[in-house]
Design a protein around this ligand. Structure first.
Ligand code: SF4
Length: 248
């Protein structure tokens, strides 16, 4: 809960460090307010500095008139598994997705040992309600945990996702990124990232800094994969960035 002036100061500092695409996430960013200022004011002001502004939400608030270039709803399962992972709010989240008037609404699925077997069904289910789907893998912040997938299972689900993408389901991750995630074979340029912490401190580099142990062998942050591949001039990753973030 930074004040509005402090939040804007942080955004300007991130811009000064070279950031040009901003993604606001939490916690739950839709909860943020400072007096009459809401997250919409942060997004509007940020849009003056950044080429593109995205926001990630848990989907429990209406997604109406959000002035961001892209909105992601974290969506990790069909009803039973969703409830296990995110609590008893599946129906509310679905209602907000269906009622959203945002033209660039995505879901992001974090794949873990609970939901992995239903990922193909989940993609088929949610596809008709959103513009696109992105994925990432659960990262064990405290070392291995029961949600972590082994790489055999990771490869299995990535093959399923690649097949669905070929069939036309709106999976936004590039084929190259999905293939790289099978064995974490991309070259990571984590210095491209600038992260602001809840207290306003800023770190450059891997998202995990100050959050958990950095273990690249277990990384499943597909957005970092795409970003790094784009920097290495993989055209498919550059095009994914242009499409998702709506900048030209
Ligand atoms: S954990 Fe992932 S994002 Fe972080 S530095 Fe390693 S490969 Fe890059």
């Amino acid at each position: 809960m930074l004040s509005y002036p402090k939040a804007i100061e942080v955004l300007k500092k991130m811009h000064d460090l070279g950031a040009r695409i901003l993604i606001i996430e939490g916690g739950e960013p839709f909860l943020w307010h400072d007096g009459n200022y809401t997250i919409k004011d942060i997004i509007k002001t940020a849009s003056r500095y950044f080429y593109s502004v995205g926001i990630t939400t848990n989907g429990t608030f209406p997604i109406i008139d959000i002035p961001a270039n892209v909105v992601w709803v974290s969506f990790d399962g069909l009803k039973e598994n969703f409830t296990k992972i995110r609590g008893n709010c599946f129906d509310k989240v679905m209602e907000n997705i269906k009622n959203s008037n945002h033209p660039n609404l995505y879901v992001n699925i974090t794949i873990n040992s609970i939901n992995v077997d239903e990922i193909p069904d989940l993609i088929k289910f949610i596809s008709k309600w959103v513009k696109g789907i992105t994925i990432q893998f659960h990262y064990p912040y405290d070392g291995y945990d029961e949600l972590t997938l082994d790489f055999k299972k990771r490869r299995w689900v990535l093959n399923k996702i690649i097949t669905l993408k070929k069939e036309g389901f709106p999976i936004s991750d590039s084929y190259g990124a999905l293939i790289s995630l099978k064995d974490n074979s991309w070259r990571c340029h984590d210095w491209l990232l600038v992260n602001a912490e809840p207290d306003g401190t800023i770190n450059q580099g891997c998202y995990l800094k100050n959050r958990g142990k950095v273990n690249c062998a277990l990384c499943g942050f597909a957005a970092h994969t795409e970003l790094s591949r784009a920097f290495d001039m993989h055209i498919s990753s550059i095009l994914v960035g242009r499409k998702v973030f709506k900048y030209h």
